[in-house]
Ligand binder design. Sequence first.
Ligand SMILES: Nc1ncnc2c1ncn2[C@@H]1O[C@H](COP(=O)(O)OP(=O)(O)OP(=O)(O)O)[C@@H](O)[C@H]1O
Length: 298
Amino acid sequence: MRDDALVSADGVTVRFGDVTALDEVSCAFGSHGVHGLIGVNGAGKTTLLHAILGLVPVTAGTIARPAEGIAYCTDTPSFEPFLTASEVMAQSAALGRGRSAVPSPREIGEHLDAVGLGDAANRRVAGFSRGMKQRLGIAAALVRSPAVLVLDEPTSALDPVGREAVVRIVREIGRERCVIMSSHTLGDVESVADRLVVLDHGSLVFGGTMDGFLASTAADQVIVVDAVTDPTGLCRVLAARGARPDVAPEEPFSVRLRERDLPALFEVLSGGAHGIRQISFGERSLQQAFVTRIKEVA
Ligand SMILES: Nc1ncnc2c1ncn2[C@@H]1O[C@H](COP(=O)(O)OP(=O)(O)OP(=O)(O)O)[C@@H](O)[C@H]1O
Protein backbone atom coordinates (compact mmCIF):
# COMPACT_ATOMS: atom_id res chain seq x y z
CA MET A 1 0.00 0.00 0.00
CA ARG A 2 1.32 3.51 -0.85
CA ASP A 3 2.44 5.79 1.98
CA ASP A 4 0.81 8.83 0.35
CA ALA A 5 -2.52 7.07 -0.29
CA LEU A 6 -5.55 9.33 0.02
CA VAL A 7 -7.97 6.59 -0.97
CA SER A 8 -7.36 2.88 -0.58
CA ALA A 9 -9.13 -0.44 -0.81
CA ASP A 10 -7.85 -3.26 1.31
CA GLY A 11 -9.05 -6.79 0.50
CA VAL A 12 -12.38 -5.48 -0.77
CA THR A 13 -15.01 -8.01 -1.82
CA VAL A 14 -18.42 -6.94 -3.11
CA ARG A 15 -21.12 -9.49 -3.83
CA PHE A 16 -24.51 -8.96 -5.39
CA GLY A 17 -26.34 -12.18 -4.57
CA ASP A 18 -24.42 -14.93 -6.38
CA VAL A 19 -22.30 -12.45 -8.37
CA THR A 20 -18.88 -11.56 -6.99
CA ALA A 21 -18.29 -8.15 -8.54
CA LEU A 22 -15.03 -7.57 -6.62
CA ASP A 23 -12.88 -10.30 -5.13
CA GLU A 24 -10.39 -9.24 -2.43
CA VAL A 25 -9.19 -6.18 -4.32
CA SER A 26 -6.45 -4.07 -2.74
CA CYS A 27 -5.27 -0.85 -4.38
CA ALA A 28 -4.33 2.69 -3.41
CA PHE A 29 -4.71 6.14 -4.93
CA GLY A 30 -2.28 8.95 -4.03
CA SER A 31 -3.15 12.53 -3.13
CA HIS A 32 -2.39 13.74 -6.63
CA GLY A 33 -2.05 12.24 -10.08
CA VAL A 34 -4.43 10.62 -12.54
CA HIS A 35 -5.17 6.98 -11.79
CA GLY A 36 -6.62 5.04 -14.72
CA LEU A 37 -9.06 2.22 -13.91
CA ILE A 38 -9.45 -0.22 -16.77
CA GLY A 39 -10.95 -3.64 -17.46
CA VAL A 40 -13.34 -5.33 -19.89
CA ASN A 41 -17.13 -5.04 -19.51
CA GLY A 42 -18.22 -6.44 -16.18
CA ALA A 43 -14.68 -6.43 -14.73
CA GLY A 44 -15.85 -4.50 -11.66
CA LYS A 45 -14.74 -0.92 -12.41
CA THR A 46 -18.00 0.81 -11.54
CA THR A 47 -18.44 -1.38 -8.48
CA LEU A 48 -14.97 -0.37 -7.26
CA LEU A 49 -15.78 3.31 -7.84
CA HIS A 50 -19.10 2.90 -6.02
CA ALA A 51 -17.40 1.07 -3.14
CA ILE A 52 -14.87 3.93 -2.87
CA LEU A 53 -17.73 6.45 -2.86
CA GLY A 54 -19.68 4.45 -0.27
CA LEU A 55 -22.54 3.86 -2.73
CA VAL A 56 -22.43 0.08 -2.37
CA PRO A 57 -21.69 -1.78 0.86
CA VAL A 58 -18.57 -3.93 0.84
CA THR A 59 -19.09 -7.58 1.72
CA ALA A 60 -15.58 -7.85 3.16
CA GLY A 61 -12.45 -5.70 3.42
CA THR A 62 -12.13 -1.98 4.07
CA ILE A 63 -12.13 1.29 2.15
CA ALA A 64 -10.24 4.33 3.43
CA ARG A 65 -11.20 7.71 1.99
CA PRO A 66 -11.39 11.35 3.14
CA ALA A 67 -14.59 12.18 5.03
CA GLU A 68 -15.38 14.94 2.54
CA GLY A 69 -14.07 16.51 -0.64
CA ILE A 70 -14.96 13.71 -3.04
CA ALA A 71 -16.81 14.55 -6.26
CA TYR A 72 -18.19 12.00 -8.68
CA CYS A 73 -19.27 12.25 -12.29
CA THR A 74 -21.08 9.23 -13.73
CA ASP A 75 -20.82 8.24 -17.39
CA THR A 76 -24.37 9.48 -18.00
CA PRO A 77 -24.91 12.45 -15.68
CA SER A 78 -28.48 13.66 -15.39
CA PHE A 79 -29.87 16.92 -14.05
CA GLU A 80 -33.18 18.59 -13.38
CA PRO A 81 -34.22 19.46 -16.96
CA PHE A 82 -35.64 22.87 -16.07
CA LEU A 83 -32.32 24.15 -14.64
CA THR A 84 -29.83 26.09 -16.72
CA ALA A 85 -26.19 24.99 -16.85
CA SER A 86 -25.23 27.86 -14.51
CA GLU A 87 -27.92 26.85 -12.03
CA VAL A 88 -26.69 23.24 -12.09
CA MET A 89 -23.20 24.53 -11.30
CA ALA A 90 -24.40 26.72 -8.42
CA GLN A 91 -26.44 23.83 -7.01
CA SER A 92 -23.49 21.45 -7.20
CA ALA A 93 -21.13 23.96 -5.58
CA ALA A 94 -23.61 24.57 -2.76
CA LEU A 95 -23.81 20.83 -2.10
CA GLY A 96 -20.06 20.38 -2.14
CA ARG A 97 -18.84 23.54 -0.45
CA GLY A 98 -21.83 24.62 1.65
CA ARG A 99 -24.08 27.57 0.89
CA SER A 100 -21.63 30.10 2.32
CA ALA A 101 -19.14 29.42 -0.46
CA VAL A 102 -21.34 29.65 -3.54
CA PRO A 103 -19.12 30.47 -6.53
CA SER A 104 -19.36 33.78 -8.34
CA PRO A 105 -20.95 33.87 -11.80
CA ARG A 106 -17.47 34.52 -13.13
CA GLU A 107 -16.07 31.36 -11.54
CA ILE A 108 -19.00 29.35 -12.86
CA GLY A 109 -18.40 30.84 -16.30
CA GLU A 110 -14.72 29.86 -16.17
CA HIS A 111 -15.57 26.25 -15.33
CA LEU A 112 -18.16 26.09 -18.11
CA ASP A 113 -15.68 27.66 -20.54
CA ALA A 114 -13.10 25.03 -19.61
CA VAL A 115 -15.42 22.23 -20.78
CA GLY A 116 -16.60 24.17 -23.84
CA LEU A 117 -20.02 25.12 -22.47
CA GLY A 118 -19.45 28.84 -21.98
CA ASP A 119 -22.02 29.72 -24.65
CA ALA A 120 -24.63 27.40 -23.14
CA ALA A 121 -24.44 28.79 -19.58
CA ASN A 122 -27.99 30.12 -19.63
CA ARG A 123 -29.62 27.32 -21.59
CA ARG A 124 -31.86 24.77 -19.91
CA VAL A 125 -30.38 21.30 -19.54
CA ALA A 126 -33.50 19.76 -21.13
CA GLY A 127 -32.11 20.73 -24.52
CA PHE A 128 -28.58 19.40 -23.94
CA SER A 129 -27.11 16.57 -26.02
CA ARG A 130 -25.52 13.57 -24.25
CA GLY A 131 -22.04 14.98 -24.82
CA MET A 132 -23.08 18.38 -23.41
CA LYS A 133 -24.47 16.67 -20.30
CA GLN A 134 -21.21 14.78 -19.88
CA ARG A 135 -19.22 18.03 -20.09
CA LEU A 136 -21.61 19.68 -17.62
CA GLY A 137 -21.25 16.73 -15.23
CA ILE A 138 -17.48 17.18 -15.21
CA ALA A 139 -17.75 20.95 -14.70
CA ALA A 140 -20.30 20.43 -11.90
CA ALA A 141 -17.89 18.05 -10.16
CA LEU A 142 -14.95 20.44 -10.61
CA VAL A 143 -16.75 23.48 -9.22
CA ARG A 144 -16.83 21.72 -5.86
CA SER A 145 -13.00 21.91 -5.70
CA PRO A 146 -12.76 18.28 -4.61
CA ALA A 147 -9.63 16.66 -3.22
CA VAL A 148 -10.67 13.46 -5.00
CA LEU A 149 -12.38 13.51 -8.38
CA VAL A 150 -13.96 10.23 -9.48
CA LEU A 151 -14.84 10.00 -13.17
CA ASP A 152 -16.66 7.04 -14.70
CA GLU A 153 -15.92 6.98 -18.44
CA PRO A 154 -15.72 10.76 -18.75
CA THR A 155 -15.14 10.80 -22.51
CA SER A 156 -17.60 8.12 -23.62
CA ALA A 157 -20.12 10.55 -25.17
CA LEU A 158 -17.69 13.16 -26.44
CA ASP A 159 -16.63 14.07 -29.95
CA PRO A 160 -12.85 14.04 -30.67
CA VAL A 161 -12.49 17.74 -29.87
CA GLY A 162 -14.40 17.35 -26.62
CA ARG A 163 -12.33 14.31 -25.68
CA GLU A 164 -9.12 16.20 -26.16
CA ALA A 165 -10.43 19.07 -24.03
CA VAL A 166 -11.52 16.76 -21.21
CA VAL A 167 -8.23 14.85 -21.30
CA ARG A 168 -6.39 18.17 -21.00
CA ILE A 169 -8.57 19.26 -18.06
CA VAL A 170 -8.16 15.91 -16.29
CA ARG A 171 -4.39 16.08 -16.73
CA GLU A 172 -4.37 19.59 -15.25
CA ILE A 173 -6.50 18.59 -12.24
CA GLY A 174 -4.29 15.59 -11.63
CA ARG A 175 -1.28 17.84 -11.03
CA GLU A 176 -2.72 18.89 -7.67
CA ARG A 177 -5.48 16.43 -6.84
CA CYS A 178 -6.36 12.78 -6.89
CA VAL A 179 -8.27 11.78 -10.02
CA ILE A 180 -9.62 8.25 -10.40
CA MET A 181 -10.87 7.73 -13.93
CA SER A 182 -12.38 4.58 -15.40
CA SER A 183 -12.43 4.32 -19.17
CA HIS A 184 -12.56 1.95 -22.13
CA THR A 185 -10.82 4.55 -24.29
CA LEU A 186 -7.33 3.31 -23.58
CA GLY A 187 -5.67 5.95 -25.76
CA ASP A 188 -7.12 8.62 -23.46
CA VAL A 189 -6.07 6.70 -20.35
CA GLU A 190 -2.55 6.25 -21.70
CA SER A 191 -2.20 9.93 -22.48
CA VAL A 192 -3.45 11.14 -19.12
CA ALA A 193 -2.85 8.56 -16.39
CA ASP A 194 0.43 8.05 -14.59
CA ARG A 195 -0.85 5.14 -12.55
CA LEU A 196 -3.10 2.24 -13.44
CA VAL A 197 -5.45 -0.24 -11.77
CA VAL A 198 -6.43 -3.16 -14.01
CA LEU A 199 -9.37 -5.39 -13.06
CA ASP A 200 -10.56 -8.62 -14.60
CA HIS A 201 -13.57 -10.66 -13.41
CA GLY A 202 -13.55 -8.71 -10.16
CA SER A 203 -9.89 -9.43 -9.40
CA LEU A 204 -6.94 -7.06 -9.41
CA VAL A 205 -4.65 -7.86 -12.34
CA PHE A 206 -2.28 -4.91 -11.90
CA GLY A 207 -1.84 -1.89 -9.65
CA GLY A 208 1.12 0.43 -10.21
CA THR A 209 2.63 2.89 -12.64
CA MET A 210 1.68 3.12 -16.30
CA ASP A 211 5.31 2.56 -17.27
CA GLY A 212 5.44 -0.50 -15.01
CA PHE A 213 2.40 -1.99 -16.74
CA LEU A 214 3.74 -1.34 -20.24
CA ALA A 215 7.16 -2.73 -19.29
CA SER A 216 5.61 -5.81 -17.72
CA THR A 217 4.15 -6.80 -21.08
CA ALA A 218 7.05 -5.54 -23.22
CA ALA A 219 8.13 -9.10 -24.01
CA ASP A 220 4.87 -9.52 -25.83
CA GLN A 221 5.43 -6.84 -28.41
CA VAL A 222 3.94 -8.23 -31.59
CA ILE A 223 6.10 -8.68 -34.67
CA VAL A 224 4.26 -9.26 -37.93
CA VAL A 225 6.09 -10.97 -40.76
CA ASP A 226 4.43 -10.78 -44.17
CA ALA A 227 5.39 -14.03 -45.89
CA VAL A 228 3.64 -13.95 -49.22
CA THR A 229 4.61 -17.34 -50.56
CA ASP A 230 4.48 -19.89 -47.76
CA PRO A 231 3.44 -18.66 -44.32
CA THR A 232 2.74 -22.18 -43.07
CA GLY A 233 6.25 -23.29 -44.10
CA LEU A 234 7.75 -20.26 -42.39
CA CYS A 235 5.85 -21.12 -39.22
CA ARG A 236 7.27 -24.63 -39.37
CA VAL A 237 10.92 -23.52 -39.63
CA LEU A 238 10.41 -20.91 -36.90
CA ALA A 239 8.77 -23.46 -34.60
CA ALA A 240 11.72 -25.84 -35.21
CA ARG A 241 13.94 -23.10 -33.75
CA GLY A 242 11.84 -22.77 -30.60
CA ALA A 243 9.59 -19.88 -31.65
CA ARG A 244 5.81 -19.93 -31.20
CA PRO A 245 4.45 -18.32 -34.37
CA ASP A 246 0.85 -18.21 -35.48
CA VAL A 247 -0.94 -17.34 -38.67
CA ALA A 248 -3.97 -15.17 -38.01
CA PRO A 249 -6.97 -16.59 -39.96
CA GLU A 250 -7.96 -13.05 -40.98
CA GLU A 251 -4.46 -12.34 -42.35
CA PRO A 252 -3.42 -15.60 -44.03
CA PHE A 253 -0.11 -14.24 -45.34
CA SER A 254 1.04 -12.78 -42.01
CA VAL A 255 2.97 -14.66 -39.36
CA ARG A 256 2.80 -13.24 -35.85
CA LEU A 257 5.67 -13.56 -33.42
CA ARG A 258 6.59 -12.20 -30.02
CA GLU A 259 9.70 -10.28 -29.06
CA ARG A 260 11.14 -13.40 -27.43
CA ASP A 261 11.01 -15.13 -30.85
CA LEU A 262 13.39 -12.61 -32.47
CA PRO A 263 16.52 -14.86 -32.29
CA ALA A 264 14.66 -17.59 -34.17
CA LEU A 265 13.51 -15.07 -36.79
CA PHE A 266 17.07 -13.78 -37.31
CA GLU A 267 18.33 -17.35 -37.74
CA VAL A 268 15.68 -18.04 -40.36
CA LEU A 269 16.38 -14.75 -42.14
CA SER A 270 20.08 -15.52 -42.40
CA GLY A 271 19.23 -18.84 -44.08
CA GLY A 272 17.09 -17.41 -46.91
CA ALA A 273 14.17 -15.15 -47.67
CA HIS A 274 11.24 -17.59 -47.23
CA GLY A 275 9.04 -15.24 -49.21
CA ILE A 276 9.33 -12.59 -46.52
CA ARG A 277 8.31 -9.21 -47.90
CA GLN A 278 7.99 -7.08 -44.81
CA ILE A 279 8.59 -7.21 -41.06
CA SER A 280 6.81 -4.74 -38.82
CA PHE A 281 7.08 -4.16 -35.10
CA GLY A 282 3.80 -3.37 -33.36
CA GLU A 283 3.68 -0.26 -31.24
CA ARG A 284 3.83 -0.88 -27.54
CA SER A 285 0.56 0.77 -26.54
CA LEU A 286 -1.67 0.47 -23.50
CA GLN A 287 -4.29 -1.10 -25.79
CA GLN A 288 -1.88 -3.82 -26.87
CA ALA A 289 -0.45 -4.38 -23.39
CA PHE A 290 -3.96 -4.60 -21.91
CA VAL A 291 -5.25 -7.11 -24.47
CA THR A 292 -2.13 -9.25 -24.03
CA ARG A 293 -2.41 -9.22 -20.25
CA ILE A 294 -6.13 -10.02 -20.23
CA LYS A 295 -5.56 -12.98 -22.58
CA GLU A 296 -2.83 -14.23 -20.24
CA VAL A 297 -5.09 -14.23 -17.20
CA ALA A 298 -8.09 -15.70 -19.06
N1 LIG B 1 -26.55 -3.84 -8.59
C1 LIG B 1 -26.08 -4.97 -9.10
N2 LIG B 1 -26.78 -6.12 -8.96
C2 LIG B 1 -26.33 -7.29 -9.46
N3 LIG B 1 -25.16 -7.43 -10.13
C3 LIG B 1 -24.42 -6.31 -10.31
C4 LIG B 1 -24.85 -5.03 -9.81
N4 LIG B 1 -23.89 -4.11 -10.13
C5 LIG B 1 -22.94 -4.78 -10.81
N5 LIG B 1 -23.26 -6.11 -10.90
C6 LIG B 1 -22.44 -7.15 -11.54
O1 LIG B 1 -21.12 -7.00 -11.06
C7 LIG B 1 -20.19 -7.24 -12.10
C8 LIG B 1 -19.29 -6.01 -12.26
O2 LIG B 1 -20.07 -4.95 -12.78
P1 LIG B 1 -19.49 -3.48 -12.99
O3 LIG B 1 -20.63 -2.64 -13.44
O4 LIG B 1 -18.76 -3.08 -11.78
O5 LIG B 1 -18.46 -3.73 -14.18
P2 LIG B 1 -17.72 -2.65 -15.10
O6 LIG B 1 -16.30 -3.06 -15.17
O7 LIG B 1 -18.01 -1.28 -14.63
O8 LIG B 1 -18.44 -2.93 -16.49
P3 LIG B 1 -18.70 -1.97 -17.77
O9 LIG B 1 -17.37 -1.71 -18.41
O10 LIG B 1 -19.58 -2.81 -18.63
O11 LIG B 1 -19.38 -0.72 -17.28
C9 LIG B 1 -21.00 -7.58 -13.34
O12 LIG B 1 -21.10 -8.99 -13.42
C10 LIG B 1 -22.33 -6.95 -13.04
O13 LIG B 1 -23.37 -7.65 -13.70
